[in-house]
Design a binder for this molecule. Structure first.
Ligand code: URA
Ligand code: URA
Length: 216
């Protein structure tokens, strides 16, 4: 019985959201993003939906403000993230933290997640089967947070989220429509910036665009 109630609540919330989206402001919908994120985390549980669970140490769910207006999405946890269970804490992560500071924010004021929640062995690229079972959880996180801007970090996240094979150099530099409440701004991956520091200028341009979008 409680489960049926839960489903009805979800359905009601969904229908109300549809009404609100068709006619913004018509309903004063109260959202509970922290609660929604906790439910998504609980649904993931001790996830064994793909083979990555056999090699991971910790699942990396995501971190930050459930009510953030800006969300960063990377590819997948690396070695440091896999050990700590926190996204972007290694060398690339430290650069991301600086990039976030450069736009006047802290990591606690944004939300950071990845396409995959578990580390691919040796940091190989995610496989399509892994993305298929894992990305619905990212979709639900985005739905819960409803950020104004999603910044996709690097080729992999940008191409996956925009369902395209266009290179990152062509995707970045503009905001792409993403869903009813978010636009997506692709930029270079901080790990790439460590190898190609000359690209930091373009990343800074992308961050300035993000700040303008957040002001609107
Ligand atoms: N690279 C990513 O794409 N995500 C992380 O969490 C860390 C490194
Ligand atoms: N290659 C990547 O994987 N990411 C970038 O951001 C740029 C090149």
């Amino acid at each position: 019985m409680p489960e049926i109630n839960h489903d009805l609540e979800q359905l009601k919330a969904h229908l109300e959201r549809q009404r609100e989206l068709k006619n913004p402001g018509v309903l004063k919908i109260k959202r509970y993003p922290a609660k929604a994120l906790a439910e998504i985390r609980q649904d993931l549980g001790d996830c064994q939906r793909c083979p990555l669970h056999t090699t991971r140490n910790k699942l990396v769910f995501g971190a930050g403000d459930p009510d953030a207006d800006l969300m960063f999405v990377g590819e997948a946890p690396g070695g440091d993230e896999d050990l700590q269970g926190i996204p972007f804490v290694g060398r690339a992560g430290q650069l991301l933290t600086k990039i976030i500071a450069a736009i006047g924010k802290t990591r606690d004021q944004v939300y950071i997640a990845n396409i995959l929640k578990c580390r691919p062995p040796g940091n190989r690229n995610p496989e399509s089967g892994e993305i298929a079972v894992c990305s619905p959880f990212l979709d639900r996180q985005i739905e819960a947070i409803q950020p104004k801007v999603i910044c996709a970090l690097g080729t992999f996240a940008a191409q996956t989220m925009l369902k395209t094979k266009t290179p990152i150099g062509k995707l970045r530099g503009r905001a792409h429509p993403y869903n009813d409440f978010s636009v997506l701004v692709p930029t270079f991956h901080p790990a790439y910036l460590l190898r190609s520091p000359g690209k930091k200028r373009e990343t800074w341009e992308d961050m300035q665009m993000i700040m303008k979008l957040l002001e609107q």
